[in-house]
Design a binder for this molecule. Structure first.
Ligand code: ASP
Ligand code: MG
Length: 426
Protein backbone atom coordinates (compact mmCIF):
# COMPACT_ATOMS: atom_id res chain seq x y z
CA UNK A 1 0.00 0.00 0.00
CA UNK A 2 1.28 3.41 -0.96
CA UNK A 3 0.31 6.97 -0.13
CA UNK A 4 -0.43 8.77 -3.36
CA UNK A 5 -1.02 12.49 -3.75
CA UNK A 6 -2.93 13.42 -6.88
CA UNK A 7 -3.43 16.91 -8.26
CA UNK A 8 -6.17 17.70 -10.75
CA UNK A 9 -6.00 20.94 -12.71
CA UNK A 10 -8.92 23.17 -13.63
CA UNK A 11 -9.44 21.56 -17.03
CA UNK A 12 -9.80 18.14 -15.38
CA UNK A 13 -12.70 19.33 -13.19
CA UNK A 14 -14.31 21.80 -15.60
CA UNK A 15 -17.89 20.50 -15.23
CA UNK A 16 -20.02 17.92 -13.40
CA UNK A 17 -19.15 15.17 -15.88
CA UNK A 18 -15.42 15.75 -15.51
CA UNK A 19 -15.71 15.85 -11.74
CA UNK A 20 -17.38 12.43 -11.84
CA UNK A 21 -14.64 11.12 -14.13
CA UNK A 22 -11.96 12.36 -11.72
CA UNK A 23 -13.89 10.90 -8.77
CA UNK A 24 -13.84 7.53 -10.49
CA UNK A 25 -10.11 7.74 -11.03
CA UNK A 26 -9.57 8.57 -7.37
CA UNK A 27 -11.81 5.72 -6.28
CA UNK A 28 -9.91 3.32 -8.57
CA UNK A 29 -6.68 4.31 -6.85
CA UNK A 30 -8.28 3.74 -3.46
CA UNK A 31 -9.64 0.37 -4.62
CA UNK A 32 -6.12 -0.63 -5.60
CA UNK A 33 -5.37 -0.35 -1.88
CA UNK A 34 -3.68 3.03 -1.69
CA UNK A 35 -4.22 5.99 0.59
CA UNK A 36 -5.17 8.98 -1.53
CA UNK A 37 -4.78 12.70 -0.90
CA UNK A 38 -6.04 14.97 -3.65
CA UNK A 39 -5.23 18.63 -4.33
CA UNK A 40 -7.75 20.18 -6.65
CA UNK A 41 -7.83 23.39 -8.71
CA UNK A 42 -10.85 25.59 -9.33
CA UNK A 43 -13.24 24.39 -12.05
CA UNK A 44 -12.23 25.40 -15.59
CA UNK A 45 -11.68 29.14 -15.89
CA UNK A 46 -13.24 29.98 -12.52
CA UNK A 47 -10.16 31.80 -11.24
CA UNK A 48 -10.05 34.04 -14.33
CA UNK A 49 -13.76 34.74 -14.06
CA UNK A 50 -13.44 35.69 -10.40
CA UNK A 51 -10.51 37.96 -11.26
CA UNK A 52 -12.58 39.69 -13.96
CA UNK A 53 -15.41 40.15 -11.52
CA UNK A 54 -13.06 41.68 -8.96
CA UNK A 55 -11.74 44.10 -11.55
CA UNK A 56 -15.28 45.14 -12.40
CA UNK A 57 -16.04 46.25 -8.87
CA UNK A 58 -12.64 47.77 -8.11
CA UNK A 59 -9.80 48.95 -10.37
CA UNK A 60 -7.25 47.66 -7.86
CA UNK A 61 -8.95 45.03 -5.68
CA UNK A 62 -7.77 44.92 -2.07
CA UNK A 63 -5.28 42.02 -1.89
CA UNK A 64 -6.77 40.47 1.24
CA UNK A 65 -10.24 40.41 -0.26
CA UNK A 66 -8.96 39.20 -3.61
CA UNK A 67 -7.48 36.16 -1.87
CA UNK A 68 -10.77 35.57 -0.05
CA UNK A 69 -12.51 35.65 -3.41
CA UNK A 70 -10.07 33.55 -5.43
CA UNK A 71 -9.73 30.88 -2.75
CA UNK A 72 -13.46 30.25 -3.06
CA UNK A 73 -12.94 28.70 -6.51
CA UNK A 74 -11.11 25.73 -5.04
CA UNK A 75 -13.68 25.34 -2.25
CA UNK A 76 -16.33 24.72 -4.87
CA UNK A 77 -14.40 22.01 -6.66
CA UNK A 78 -13.20 20.28 -3.50
CA UNK A 79 -16.71 19.97 -2.06
CA UNK A 80 -18.19 18.75 -5.34
CA UNK A 81 -15.42 16.21 -5.75
CA UNK A 82 -15.94 14.90 -2.21
CA UNK A 83 -19.69 14.60 -2.89
CA UNK A 84 -19.08 12.71 -6.11
CA UNK A 85 -16.79 10.26 -4.32
CA UNK A 86 -19.34 9.81 -1.52
CA UNK A 87 -22.04 8.91 -3.98
CA UNK A 88 -19.77 6.15 -5.27
CA UNK A 89 -19.80 4.64 -1.80
CA UNK A 90 -16.43 5.86 -0.57
CA UNK A 91 -15.61 8.06 2.38
CA UNK A 92 -14.16 11.41 1.32
CA UNK A 93 -13.54 14.60 3.25
CA UNK A 94 -12.64 18.00 1.85
CA UNK A 95 -10.43 20.57 3.58
CA UNK A 96 -9.58 24.18 2.86
CA UNK A 97 -5.92 25.15 2.74
CA UNK A 98 -5.99 26.40 6.31
CA UNK A 99 -7.77 23.29 7.59
CA UNK A 100 -5.11 21.24 5.85
CA UNK A 101 -2.36 23.14 7.69
CA UNK A 102 -0.97 24.89 4.66
CA UNK A 103 0.89 27.71 6.45
CA UNK A 104 2.28 30.52 4.29
CA UNK A 105 3.91 33.90 4.61
CA UNK A 106 1.60 36.91 4.44
CA UNK A 107 2.20 37.90 0.79
CA UNK A 108 -1.31 38.02 -0.69
CA UNK A 109 -1.50 36.70 -4.22
CA UNK A 110 2.00 35.21 -4.16
CA UNK A 111 2.33 33.57 -0.76
CA UNK A 112 5.07 31.06 -0.10
CA UNK A 113 4.51 27.92 1.92
CA UNK A 114 6.54 28.09 5.14
CA UNK A 115 5.14 25.07 6.98
CA UNK A 116 2.67 22.25 6.47
CA UNK A 117 0.91 20.75 9.49
CA UNK A 118 -1.46 18.14 8.04
CA UNK A 119 -2.85 16.92 11.36
CA UNK A 120 -6.46 16.74 10.22
CA UNK A 121 -5.44 15.05 6.98
CA UNK A 122 -3.58 12.34 8.90
CA UNK A 123 -6.63 11.77 11.08
CA UNK A 124 -8.89 11.48 8.08
CA UNK A 125 -6.49 9.06 6.39
CA UNK A 126 -6.27 6.97 9.56
CA UNK A 127 -10.05 6.75 9.52
CA UNK A 128 -9.90 5.41 6.01
CA UNK A 129 -11.14 8.51 4.22
CA UNK A 130 -10.00 9.89 0.89
CA UNK A 131 -8.70 13.39 1.53
CA UNK A 132 -9.48 16.29 -0.79
CA UNK A 133 -7.59 19.56 -0.28
CA UNK A 134 -8.30 22.91 -1.90
CA UNK A 135 -5.24 23.80 -3.97
CA UNK A 136 -3.63 27.21 -4.36
CA UNK A 137 -4.42 28.53 -0.88
CA UNK A 138 -3.01 28.79 2.60
CA UNK A 139 -3.14 30.66 5.87
CA UNK A 140 -0.82 33.13 7.55
CA UNK A 141 -0.41 32.80 11.30
CA UNK A 142 0.46 36.45 12.02
CA UNK A 143 -2.32 38.11 10.04
CA UNK A 144 -4.67 35.12 10.50
CA UNK A 145 -5.75 35.66 6.92
CA UNK A 146 -6.29 33.42 3.90
CA UNK A 147 -3.59 33.68 1.24
CA UNK A 148 -3.19 32.34 -2.30
CA UNK A 149 0.02 30.99 -3.80
CA UNK A 150 -0.03 32.67 -7.21
CA UNK A 151 -1.44 31.41 -10.51
CA UNK A 152 -0.99 27.70 -11.03
CA UNK A 153 -0.38 27.30 -7.30
CA UNK A 154 -2.25 24.01 -6.91
CA UNK A 155 0.79 22.15 -8.25
CA UNK A 156 2.72 23.54 -5.29
CA UNK A 157 -0.04 22.56 -2.87
CA UNK A 158 0.15 18.99 -4.13
CA UNK A 159 3.93 18.77 -3.90
CA UNK A 160 3.94 20.35 -0.43
CA UNK A 161 1.34 17.83 0.76
CA UNK A 162 3.37 14.99 -0.72
CA UNK A 163 6.47 16.22 1.12
CA UNK A 164 4.69 16.72 4.44
CA UNK A 165 2.92 13.35 4.32
CA UNK A 166 5.96 11.56 2.94
CA UNK A 167 3.94 10.29 -0.02
CA UNK A 168 5.36 7.74 -2.44
CA UNK A 169 4.54 9.84 -5.48
CA UNK A 170 2.86 13.11 -6.40
CA UNK A 171 0.79 12.59 -9.56
CA UNK A 172 0.00 15.83 -11.38
CA UNK A 173 -2.94 15.35 -13.72
CA UNK A 174 -3.68 17.78 -16.53
CA UNK A 175 -4.94 17.63 -20.10
CA UNK A 176 -1.55 16.78 -21.59
CA UNK A 177 0.06 13.34 -21.51
CA UNK A 178 3.27 14.33 -19.75
CA UNK A 179 6.44 16.28 -20.43
CA UNK A 180 7.41 16.44 -24.09
CA UNK A 181 10.69 17.13 -25.82
CA UNK A 182 8.99 20.33 -27.08
CA UNK A 183 5.55 21.91 -27.17
CA UNK A 184 3.63 19.49 -29.47
CA UNK A 185 1.55 22.39 -30.78
CA UNK A 186 4.73 23.98 -32.13
CA UNK A 187 6.59 20.78 -33.00
CA UNK A 188 4.25 17.91 -33.95
CA UNK A 189 7.12 15.40 -33.91
CA UNK A 190 7.77 16.09 -30.21
CA UNK A 191 7.72 12.96 -28.08
CA UNK A 192 6.72 12.27 -24.54
CA UNK A 193 9.66 11.77 -22.21
CA UNK A 194 9.77 8.72 -19.97
CA UNK A 195 11.49 10.82 -17.32
CA UNK A 196 13.33 14.08 -16.94
CA UNK A 197 15.60 15.32 -14.17
CA UNK A 198 14.18 18.17 -12.14
CA UNK A 199 17.06 20.45 -12.98
CA UNK A 200 16.19 20.15 -16.68
CA UNK A 201 12.50 20.55 -15.95
CA UNK A 202 13.22 23.81 -14.12
CA UNK A 203 15.16 25.21 -17.08
CA UNK A 204 12.41 24.17 -19.51
CA UNK A 205 9.71 25.68 -17.31
CA UNK A 206 11.66 28.91 -16.86
CA UNK A 207 12.06 29.16 -20.61
CA UNK A 208 8.53 28.72 -21.81
CA UNK A 209 7.35 25.16 -21.08
CA UNK A 210 4.03 25.42 -19.26
CA UNK A 211 3.22 21.88 -18.17
CA UNK A 212 4.52 22.18 -14.62
CA UNK A 213 4.68 25.21 -12.45
CA UNK A 214 8.26 26.24 -11.55
CA UNK A 215 7.68 26.68 -7.85
CA UNK A 216 6.25 23.19 -7.58
CA UNK A 217 9.27 21.66 -9.30
CA UNK A 218 11.60 23.65 -7.04
CA UNK A 219 9.71 22.52 -3.96
CA UNK A 220 9.83 18.90 -5.12
CA UNK A 221 13.54 19.16 -5.79
CA UNK A 222 14.22 20.61 -2.37
CA UNK A 223 12.09 18.08 -0.51
CA UNK A 224 12.81 14.97 -2.57
CA UNK A 225 9.28 14.50 -3.93
CA UNK A 226 8.84 12.26 -6.97
CA UNK A 227 6.48 13.90 -9.50
CA UNK A 228 4.57 11.95 -12.11
CA UNK A 229 3.03 14.33 -14.69
CA UNK A 230 0.22 12.57 -16.55
CA UNK A 231 -3.11 12.99 -18.28
CA UNK A 232 -6.60 12.82 -16.78
CA UNK A 233 -7.91 11.83 -20.18
CA UNK A 234 -5.92 8.66 -20.71
CA UNK A 235 -4.70 5.81 -18.58
CA UNK A 236 -1.23 5.80 -20.11
CA UNK A 237 1.70 6.66 -17.91
CA UNK A 238 3.19 10.13 -18.15
CA UNK A 239 6.61 11.50 -17.29
CA UNK A 240 8.51 11.13 -14.03
CA UNK A 241 10.37 14.20 -12.79
CA UNK A 242 13.36 12.93 -10.84
CA UNK A 243 15.23 14.85 -8.18
CA UNK A 244 18.88 14.34 -7.37
CA UNK A 245 19.75 10.73 -6.72
CA UNK A 246 16.18 9.59 -7.37
CA UNK A 247 15.70 6.35 -9.25
CA UNK A 248 13.36 6.13 -12.21
CA UNK A 249 10.55 3.83 -11.00
CA UNK A 250 10.32 2.31 -14.47
CA UNK A 251 13.99 1.49 -14.78
CA UNK A 252 13.53 -1.99 -13.32
CA UNK A 253 11.12 -2.71 -16.17
CA UNK A 254 14.01 -2.43 -18.55
CA UNK A 255 13.35 1.10 -19.66
CA UNK A 256 16.91 2.10 -18.88
CA UNK A 257 18.57 3.79 -21.81
CA UNK A 258 21.53 5.98 -22.38
CA UNK A 259 20.61 9.49 -21.26
CA UNK A 260 20.18 11.89 -24.15
CA UNK A 261 22.43 14.94 -24.17
CA UNK A 262 19.49 17.22 -24.87
CA UNK A 263 16.21 16.64 -23.02
CA UNK A 264 14.11 19.19 -24.80
CA UNK A 265 13.61 22.38 -26.75
CA UNK A 266 11.53 25.21 -25.26
CA UNK A 267 9.90 28.07 -27.13
CA UNK A 268 8.86 31.33 -25.56
CA UNK A 269 6.86 34.07 -27.24
CA UNK A 270 6.29 36.07 -24.08
CA UNK A 271 9.39 38.28 -24.06
CA UNK A 272 10.08 41.74 -25.49
CA UNK A 273 13.43 43.33 -26.21
CA UNK A 274 14.46 46.80 -25.09
CA UNK A 275 17.56 48.47 -26.50
CA UNK A 276 19.12 51.40 -24.72
CA UNK A 277 21.07 53.01 -27.55
CA UNK A 278 24.04 55.35 -27.33
CA UNK A 279 24.99 54.70 -23.72
CA UNK A 280 28.23 56.47 -22.68
CA UNK A 281 30.90 53.76 -22.50
CA UNK A 282 32.10 54.52 -18.98
CA UNK A 283 32.02 52.40 -15.83
CA UNK A 284 28.77 52.37 -13.88
CA UNK A 285 26.29 52.84 -16.71
CA UNK A 286 25.02 49.25 -16.77
CA UNK A 287 24.52 49.45 -13.02
CA UNK A 288 22.48 52.66 -13.41
CA UNK A 289 20.33 51.22 -16.18
CA UNK A 290 19.53 47.94 -14.49
CA UNK A 291 18.83 49.65 -11.18
CA UNK A 292 16.19 51.74 -12.95
CA UNK A 293 14.75 48.68 -14.67
CA UNK A 294 14.67 46.68 -11.43
CA UNK A 295 12.88 49.52 -9.66
CA UNK A 296 10.18 49.44 -12.35
CA UNK A 297 9.52 45.85 -11.30
CA UNK A 298 10.54 44.38 -14.66
CA UNK A 299 12.18 40.99 -14.58
CA UNK A 300 15.24 41.02 -16.86
CA UNK A 301 16.18 37.81 -18.65
CA UNK A 302 18.86 38.10 -21.34
CA UNK A 303 21.35 40.97 -21.73
CA UNK A 304 23.82 41.87 -24.45
CA UNK A 305 26.13 44.84 -24.80
CA UNK A 306 27.95 45.80 -27.98
CA UNK A 307 31.60 46.79 -28.02
CA UNK A 308 31.93 50.48 -28.57
CA UNK A 309 34.08 52.05 -31.24
CA UNK A 310 32.81 55.56 -30.72
CA UNK A 311 32.74 55.95 -26.96
CA UNK A 312 29.08 54.96 -26.89
CA UNK A 313 27.52 51.51 -26.75
CA UNK A 314 24.11 49.82 -27.07
CA UNK A 315 22.72 47.66 -24.30
CA UNK A 316 19.84 45.31 -25.16
CA UNK A 317 17.88 43.16 -22.76
CA UNK A 318 14.68 41.13 -22.67
CA UNK A 319 11.80 41.39 -20.21
CA UNK A 320 8.30 39.82 -20.16
CA UNK A 321 6.10 41.73 -22.64
CA UNK A 322 3.84 42.75 -19.76
CA UNK A 323 6.78 44.45 -17.98
CA UNK A 324 8.12 46.35 -21.01
CA UNK A 325 5.97 49.48 -20.72
CA UNK A 326 6.95 50.09 -17.11
CA UNK A 327 10.65 49.57 -17.86
CA UNK A 328 10.54 51.93 -20.84
CA UNK A 329 8.77 54.61 -18.86
CA UNK A 330 11.23 54.36 -16.01
CA UNK A 331 14.22 54.57 -18.35
CA UNK A 332 12.77 57.48 -20.33
CA UNK A 333 12.35 59.36 -17.07
CA UNK A 334 16.10 59.13 -16.38
CA UNK A 335 17.44 59.67 -19.91
CA UNK A 336 19.40 62.82 -19.10
CA UNK A 337 20.89 61.42 -15.90
CA UNK A 338 22.09 58.24 -17.62
CA UNK A 339 23.01 60.09 -20.80
CA UNK A 340 21.84 57.54 -23.39
CA UNK A 341 20.59 58.61 -26.83
CA UNK A 342 17.36 56.69 -27.35
CA UNK A 343 15.21 53.67 -26.48
CA UNK A 344 13.99 50.99 -28.87
CA UNK A 345 11.17 48.63 -27.99
CA UNK A 346 10.78 45.39 -29.96
CA UNK A 347 8.05 42.90 -29.09
CA UNK A 348 8.40 40.74 -32.19
CA UNK A 349 11.00 38.42 -30.67
CA UNK A 350 10.93 34.75 -29.78
CA UNK A 351 13.25 32.77 -27.55
CA UNK A 352 14.44 29.28 -28.33
CA UNK A 353 16.15 27.25 -25.60
CA UNK A 354 17.84 23.89 -25.71
CA UNK A 355 18.11 22.14 -22.33
CA UNK A 356 20.04 19.07 -21.29
CA UNK A 357 22.16 18.00 -18.33
CA UNK A 358 24.43 16.16 -20.77
CA UNK A 359 25.77 19.53 -21.95
CA UNK A 360 28.05 19.57 -18.94
CA UNK A 361 30.04 16.66 -20.22
CA UNK A 362 29.61 16.83 -23.99
CA UNK A 363 31.14 19.28 -26.41
CA UNK A 364 29.66 20.47 -29.67
CA UNK A 365 26.14 20.94 -28.34
CA UNK A 366 26.04 24.64 -29.22
CA UNK A 367 27.62 24.01 -32.62
CA UNK A 368 24.69 21.72 -33.51
CA UNK A 369 22.27 24.49 -32.56
CA UNK A 370 24.01 27.18 -34.56
CA UNK A 371 24.42 24.92 -37.60
CA UNK A 372 20.71 24.07 -37.60
CA UNK A 373 19.81 27.75 -37.42
CA UNK A 374 22.27 28.74 -40.10
CA UNK A 375 21.02 26.00 -42.44
CA UNK A 376 17.56 27.54 -42.09
CA UNK A 377 18.93 31.00 -42.81
CA UNK A 378 17.77 32.17 -39.39
CA UNK A 379 19.41 35.19 -37.80
CA UNK A 380 20.37 35.10 -34.11
CA UNK A 381 19.94 38.34 -32.17
CA UNK A 382 21.04 37.38 -28.67
CA UNK A 383 22.64 34.35 -27.04
CA UNK A 384 22.81 33.29 -23.41
CA UNK A 385 23.88 30.08 -21.73
CA UNK A 386 23.75 28.32 -18.41
CA UNK A 387 25.52 25.12 -17.50
CA UNK A 388 22.73 23.02 -18.98
CA UNK A 389 20.98 25.45 -21.37
CA UNK A 390 21.61 27.49 -24.50
CA UNK A 391 19.06 30.16 -25.44
CA UNK A 392 18.86 32.35 -28.51
CA UNK A 393 16.59 35.25 -29.36
CA UNK A 394 15.19 35.29 -32.91
CA UNK A 395 12.44 37.03 -34.87
CA UNK A 396 9.16 35.62 -33.50
CA UNK A 397 8.05 34.72 -37.03
CA UNK A 398 11.08 32.40 -37.32
CA UNK A 399 10.69 30.70 -33.95
CA UNK A 400 8.43 27.75 -34.83
CA UNK A 401 10.45 26.75 -37.88
CA UNK A 402 13.72 27.23 -36.06
CA UNK A 403 12.50 25.06 -33.19
CA UNK A 404 11.51 22.30 -35.60
CA UNK A 405 14.89 22.16 -37.28
CA UNK A 406 16.75 22.31 -33.98
CA UNK A 407 14.54 19.50 -32.59
CA UNK A 408 15.45 17.40 -35.63
CA UNK A 409 19.14 18.28 -35.38
CA UNK A 410 19.33 16.89 -31.85
CA UNK A 411 17.60 13.68 -32.93
CA UNK A 412 14.55 14.34 -30.77
CA UNK A 413 11.88 13.69 -33.41
CA UNK A 414 9.49 10.85 -32.63
CA UNK A 415 8.15 8.30 -35.09
CA UNK A 416 4.51 9.17 -34.50
CA UNK A 417 2.89 12.55 -34.18
CA UNK A 418 2.14 13.55 -30.60
CA UNK A 419 -1.54 13.57 -29.68
CA UNK A 420 -2.63 16.99 -28.55
CA UNK A 421 -5.92 17.21 -26.70
CA UNK A 422 -6.00 20.94 -27.46
CA UNK A 423 -5.04 21.30 -23.83
CA UNK A 424 -3.42 24.06 -21.92
CA UNK A 425 -1.54 21.74 -19.63
CA UNK A 426 -3.40 22.95 -16.58
N1 ASP B 1 -7.01 28.02 -9.77
C1 ASP B 1 -5.72 28.61 -9.70
C2 ASP B 1 -5.34 29.19 -11.05
O1 ASP B 1 -6.09 29.07 -12.00
C3 ASP B 1 -4.68 27.66 -9.21
C4 ASP B 1 -4.40 26.50 -10.13
O2 ASP B 1 -5.14 26.24 -11.08
O3 ASP B 1 -3.40 25.81 -9.89
O4 ASP B 1 -4.29 29.77 -11.17
MG1 MG C 1 -6.83 27.10 -12.97
Amino acid sequence: MALIVQKYGGSSVADAESIKRVAKRIVDTRRAGHDVVVAVSAMGDTTDELLDLANEVAPIPAPRELDMLLSSGERISMALLAMAIHSMGFEARSFTGSQAGMITDSQHGAARIVDVTPIRLREALDEGAIVIVAGFQGFNRDTRDITTLGRGGSDTTAVALAAALDADVCEIYSDVDGIFTADPRVIPSAQKLDHIISEEMLELAANGAKVLYIRAVEYARRHGVLIHARSTFSSSEGTYVLGEGMKNPRESEGAAMEEPIVAGVATDFSQAKITVAGVPDVPGKAAEIFKIVAKSGANVDMIVQNVSATGRTDISFTVPKADAAAALKALAGEQTEVGFQNLIHDDQIGKLSVVGAGMRTHSGVSATLFEALSAGGINIEMISTSEIRISVVLRDADLAEAARSVHTAYGLDGEVEATVHAGTGR
